[in-house]
Design a protein around this ligand. Structure first.
Ligand code: ZN
Length: 252
């Protein structure tokens, strides 16, 4: 038997706009443009360094309905990225190390913003394992214990299936250096497939990981125009909705 249509009435698919690393241009340039169109995104904030000073201004994004998510304190990625002869990356961490880091990030977010609404976690550098070789382990189960959802990276061409995606390892597609037309194409694919497109942004500028602001605006104009057929909502909101739809047909 086919699955019931999982999306709110009239919607053909879903889009979540996710932003990593809490860069100043996301708050300065991204949030006001989302607000102007009545759209909400998910912003993953790492809480290392001068976190109190750096992150306090994000209270304004919380106030206009954006999701603030956990991106760890240390933003630890693979040692394969490091030239340092004594790197301490994910290969050197245990699950207990990582759990302590994620919980400390939660403590800092709560200290800044008070208890946050249900929110998700984004895997730094899209990497989901600790250890190496025979000792390598996924930390997706750890994320599942503490968060309503988790966002990883993804394979181009495959948006998230509403009934099949692991809600603690939702696939994200990077929008670095994409044009407005390319990003709109990804959203249209979600509408055509009845799936959930999770777009990933870093800086809103031209750069290695960046997406140019004029291209981002073209995407936002499109999403505002298409709101009756394409549901644009924060990651934790869509994940919570899908959890209810899945429970109704006996799936987790
Ligand atoms: Zn990051």
């Amino acid at each position: 038997m086919p699955y019931p249509d999982p999306w709110p009435a009239g919607q053909r698919g879903a889009v979540s706009l996710t932003f990593d690393d809490g860069t100043p241009d996301q708050l300065r340039d991204g949030v006001p443009r989302l607000d102007a169109r009545g759209l909400q995104g998910t912003f993953y904030l790492p809480t290392g360094g001068d976190w109190q000073q750096r992150l306090a201004p994000w209270a304004t994004a919380l106030a206009t309905g954006h999701e603030l998510g956990n991106h760890s304190v240390g933003h630890t990625c693979s040692e394969n990225f490091a030239n340092d002869p004594q790197p301490r990356g994910l290969e050197s961490l245990t699950l207990a190390d990582l759990e302590a880091d994620l919980l400390e990030c939660e403590r800092r977010l709560t200290a800044l913003f008070g208890p946050l609404p249900a929110h998700s976690f984004a895997y730094p550098c899209y990497q989901t394992d600790v250890g190496r070789g025979a000792g390598r382990q996924s930390y997706v189960p750890l994320v599942a214990r503490h968060f309503v959802a988790g966002r990883g990276g993804g394979e181009a061409g495959f948006h998230n299936h509403p009934y099949h995606v692991d809600l603690h390892c939702v696939a994200g597609l990077t929008c670095q250096q994409l044009s407005g037309a390319e990003m709109i194409g990804l959203c249209e694919r979600a509408a055509r497939q009845g799936r959930w497109a999770v777009l990933v942004f870093h800086g809103l500028q031209v750069g290695r990981l960046g997406t140019a602001l004029n291209e981002f605006e073209e995407l936002l104009d499109y999403l505002a125009d298409q709101r009756a057929r394409l549901w644009c909502a924060p990651l934790a909101t869509v994940a919570g909705h899908l959890r209810e739809q899945r429970a109704a047909v006996g799936l987790t």
